[in-house]
Design a protein around this ligand. Structure first.
Ligand SMILES: *Cc1c(COP(=O)(O)O)cnc(C)c1O
Length: 397
């Protein structure tokens, strides 16, 4: 007889044996600079809550007020009966913030990429993707019937080569779509979006940037990578992002032309067939956009902390890879070393997780740190001191 479910335990056991299973750490309380993780008070040094907005009083108050005024749930998908005034207002305010003609909000960033990418390119088209793009882009691309090509990470010359080859394809491709992360989440490096945009223009390709780790971080007042490079909406036609990182809440979004938004919401199956944000989520996102517009100091603090941390860590002799952003990997080599460092940091009161093979190359295991504007300067100093102590004990520096 066939064993229908035996693989469940077998595959899980395999992961546990290889020490590749996820061991979940539990936060008791908010994602604040000092938090309680598995019963120990530690400095949070790896959340995506770059600006501390998940715990900002205005953002929390907006969520509570929306429950009172609009209830706990939206009651439907957006196209049927689940579009509330809060959703519409959020899209209007986001478009203003992004200086785009229009914006559209999805349930999550993952749902945005998985729902929109397969609609933008299909049979007879080509999607060209950076080799280190996020998994949600990879899944979006897989759902498309288009041909697929990958270019070397961050390498505009290699992208040019791929696009030149595409020009020679017979029959001629109908559409070309180039997709890249804005900031790459494992290394903290920035995509050469200016060069990518130029190649897009030269080849008549649509350019799609996933700015999940760039918004709230890069550009004028945290407006993101399109602002960072001073590009126009004619050059980068789809700017995608998420409310789950610097905005501190949850939700995906795109910004671009009115044509893009009209197309996207009529076509994306994730948007059409999955319930819309509860009122508290929409209101909290709206408040987060408002905070970014009115309180630029959070972005400034994020960068001053980032500069201080990188400078001190480099001076201590740590390898920080190619990071240019508040994502700072501390590369230590072997998986074992990264796990030992993370464990020692936790004992010393700093929470930052190891990233090991297969997520990164075998000899590039690291602790991935993410800076946070809500930390004090003393907190940053505390983290540096912990890295120094643990690094010396483990003979990493
Ligand atoms: C986190 C992330 C996403 C997914 O966003 P969610 O809103 O959390 O689903 C998509 N793309 C990139 C590059 C990300 O880092």
């Amino acid at each position: 007889m066939r064993d229908a479910v035996g693989f469940l335990r077998a595959e899980y056991d395999e992961l546990v044996r290889a020490d590749l299973d996820w061991k979940l750490r539990v936060l008791a309380g908010p994602s604040a600079p000092w938090c309680d993780i598995d019963g120990k008070r530690v400095l949070m040094f790896c959340s995506n809550n770059y600006l501390g907005l998940s715990n900002h009083p205005k953002v929390k108050a907006a969520a509570v007020a929306a429950v009172q005024s609009h209830g706990a749930g939206s009651g439907s998908v957006r196209p049927i009966a689940g579009t509330m005034d809060l959703h519409v207002e959020l899209e209007r305010r986001l478009a203003r913030f992004k200086q785009a003609e229009a914006s559209l909000v999805y349930q999550t960033g993952f749902a945005t990429n998985a729902g929109l990418i397969p609609q933008l390119a299909g049979d007879g088209d080509l999607i060209v993707s950076d080799e280190l793009n996020h998994g949600s882009i990879i899944d979006g691309v897989r759902l498309s019937k288009a041909d697929k090509a990958v270019y070397k990470h961050g390498d505009a010359a290699d992208l040019a080569r791929v696009l030149d080859q595409a020009e020679a394809h017979a029959p001629a491709y109908r559409r070309l779509l180039v997709i890249t992360d804005g900031v790459f989440s494992m290394d903290g490096d920035i995509a050469p979006l200016d060069k990518i945009a130029k190649l897009g223009r030269d080849h008549g390709a649509m350019v799609y940037v996933d700015d999940a780790h760039g918004e709230g971080v890069l550009g004028d007042g945290g407006r993101g990578i399109v602002s960072h490079f001073g590009l126009s909406r004619d050059e980068v036609q789809v700017e995608m992002g998420t409310f789950s990182k610097a905005f501190g809440v949850v939700g995906g979004h795109i910004s671009g032309s009115r044509d893009l938004v009209n197309f996207a919401y009529n076509k994306s199956r994730t948007w059409l067939l999955s319930g819309s944000h509860p009122p508290a989520v929409a209101a909290a996102c709206l408040a987060a956009v408002d905070v970014l517009e009115h309180e630029p100091e959070h972005v400034e603090r994020l960068w001053s902390h980032t500069r201080r941390f990188k400078k001190a860590m480099a001076a201590l002799g740590f390898d920080l890879g190619r990071s240019e952003t508040p994502i700072t990997p501390v590369i230590v080599g072997e998986s074992r070393s990264a796990k030992a460092l993370s464990q020692r940091l936790y004992e010393l009161g700093v929470f930052a997780l190891p990233i090991v093979f297969p997520m990164v190359a075998k000899d590039k295991a690291r602790i991935r740190t993410i800076m946070n504007a809500a930390l004090s300067e003393d907190d940053v100093q505390f983290a540096i001191a912990a890295f120094e102590k643990a690094g010396r004990e483990l003979k990493l520096i």
